[in-house]
Design a protein around this ligand. Sequence first.
Ligand code: 13P
Ligand code: SF4
Length: 301
Amino acid sequence: MTIIEQIHQLKKEKNAVILAHYYVRPEVQEIADYIGDSFYLSRVAVGLKEQTIVFCGVSFMGESAKILNPEKTVLMPDMKADCAMAHMADKETIQKMRDIYEDLAVVCYINSTADLKQYSDVCVTSANALKIVRALPQKNIFFIPDKNLAHFVAEQVPEKHFVFNEGYCPIHEKMEKEEILKEKKAHPKAEVLVHPECTKSVRRLADYIGSTAGIISYAVKSECKEFIVCTETGVQYELKRQNPDKQFYFTETEPICGDMKQITLEKILHVLETGENEVHVPKQLRENSKKALEKMLELAQ
Ligand code: 13P
Ligand code: SF4
C-alpha cells in the first residue's frame, strides 16, 4: 500500500478527518478533506461528524479547533510547528490598555496563543477582521498581535481609535517592495494580490488585498491571466488547481513558512497510527478563550 492509501484506510478505521491550511505542502493539501484559510477552517472544525481531527497547520490552529470542540480528539502531525507571531503580545500590555481606555475592545488575530485569546474580547482572521471591527460598539481598539493587519483595518475604519501592538508575521514582514516592483517590471500585465500581513509599502502596490481564500477567489473571478502573489507559496497549489490557464509569480526571495512546511505525509500517518500529538487545553483556559472565538463566529455571520 502507498502512504496515501494507508492514510485513507486509517482515517476510516479511526473515524478521522484531515483539515489543512493553504500554506502546507501540496501533497498534504491533496489528501486533505477540507483545505482553507484560517476562518474557513475554524468554521469547518465546528460540527464535523468525525471523532478525530488531524489538523495540518500550526499550533494555534489545532488549539482553536480543540477549544471549539472539547469533546473531539485533535491531533497535530508536528507539535513543534508553531506560528512565531502567535506569541508576540502579552497580557500585561492588554491589562495596561484596559486601565487606560474604559471603552476598549481587545481584538485578537486568531494567529495567537489560547492564553492571549482568553484576555481578549473577540478573535478575528484576515478574512473577517474588517467586518468584525466595524461591528464592535467600542470606540477604542487594541489589536493584537499583528501590527500590519491592524493598520490595514485601521486605514478603513477611521471612526475608531486604534492602539497598535508590535507583532508581525516574519514571512510576510520580510517581503520587499523592490522585489515586487521587479516582478511587475517582468510581468507588466499581472495583477498584484497581497495578504494583509504584509507591510504598508507592499500593500500600496496591491490590486487586491485579502486572506488566502480571498486571494484565490479573486484570481478565479479576475479577467486577468497573470498574478504576482504576495503571500506564502503554499497557496500556489490551490491557485493552479482552480486556474490551470493562469500564471502565478512569487518574489525571488520566496515567502515560505518553515513551520507550515513541517507537516508531511509521514507525520500524518504516524499520528493516525499512534494517536500521538494530541492537543490538550486545560479546562479553565479552554472556557475563557472560547468566548473570543465564539464571538468571532457570531459577528462574522
Ligand atoms: P489566512 O489563513 O487568514 O489567510 O492567514 C494566513 C496565515 O498566516 C495563517 O497562518
Ligand atoms: Fe504564522 Fe506567518 Fe507562518 Fe502564518 S505564515 S503561520 S502568520 S509565521
